[in-house]
Design a binder for this molecule. Structure first.
Ligand code: SF4
Ligand code: SF4
Length: 249
């Protein structure tokens, strides 16, 4: 934390994971960089300063800088977080940065979350399964305000991958859908336009890859930067899935 009684800027010491998997000469190691802290400095600002003034080869991802694009997830002192919304003032002077686990490493702090999310979306068919042929003249389908609000809540996920990286199950089982995948499934299960039956959903969400593989320690909810109600999502999925099982005997 910044010492409010001491107006001098802190000297921040960054210990950053470095590795280029494309370079056979590269070995995973930690490099240390020091910079002065500035008011309202975020990790995005600090890493940009390190890259501009100390090491132009440092790899990390940022795009929107406002917690919308989901590209700047990283381990900050061992905890998944977005670099753009993490203030250095909320961290000690020594800051350890690693790439998110569970995703393909591109280099240093940069990972490819897109591979994981694309595979998850294809496996769960994360799109509306319409029952009727498309009619451009048809009126838009209506839904209740409550359902619309619940779907909107699920759609707030920015696919940052922090929940996946925090999840012990997802780290040992690449098939596990984790917070982001389970949230995505619930979003389509709630949607009245999606014609999949409970029996169809049972195949997608039951089992070790789905909600029954979750051990329920809620690390995912603790780290989600959008504070999605993942606890409610898992309860909803369990209710729907168990209801299907009981109904089918
Ligand atoms: S509660 Fe479930 S999905 Fe969340 S981190 Fe734990 S095992 Fe993973
Ligand atoms: S559920 Fe939260 S932590 Fe997980 S990908 Fe979406 S926004 Fe990120």
């Amino acid at each position: 934390m910044t010492d409010k009684n001491n107006p001098r800027p802190r000297r921040l010491r960054f210990e950053i994971f470095r590795y280029n998997p494309e370079d056979p000469e590269s070995k995973p190691h930690i490099e240390t960089f020091e910079i002065d802290e500035r008011p309202y400095m975020t990790l995005y600002m600090a890493l940009s300063e390190i890259r501009e003034t100390l090491d132009a080869s440092l790899q990390f991802d940022f795009a929107c800088r406002s917690a919308i694009c989901g590209s700047c997830g990283m381990l900050v002192n061992g905890r998944p977080a977005l670099g753009c919304r993490t203030l250095t003032a909320d961290l000690p002077e020594e800051i350890r940065l690693h790439p998110l686990p569970a995703f393909k490493l591109i280099g240093d702090l940069s990972v490819d979350t897109g591979i994981w999310f694309r595979e998850m979306a294809e496996r769960t068919e994360a799109w509306i399964h319409e029952q009727l042929p498309f009619d451009p003249d048809a009126e838009e389908q209506r839904m209740s305000d409550d359902i619309a609000a619940a779907i909107y809540e699920g759609d707030r996920c920015i696919e940052c991958g922090c929940c996946v990286a925090s999840c012990g199950v997802a780290n040992v089982n690449p098939e596990f859908l984790a917070g982001a995948g389970l949230n995505r499934i619930a979003r389509f299960m709630m949607d009245p336009r999606d014609g999949r039956t409970d029996a169809d959903w049972f195949e997608v969400v039951a089992g070790d890859q789905g909600v029954f593989g979750c051990v329920g320690m809620m690390a995912c909810a603790d780290v989600c930067p959008k504070e999605l109600p993942l606890l409610d999502v898992y309860a909803y999925l369990r209710r729907r899935t168990l209801g299907t099982k009981i109904a089918s005997g």
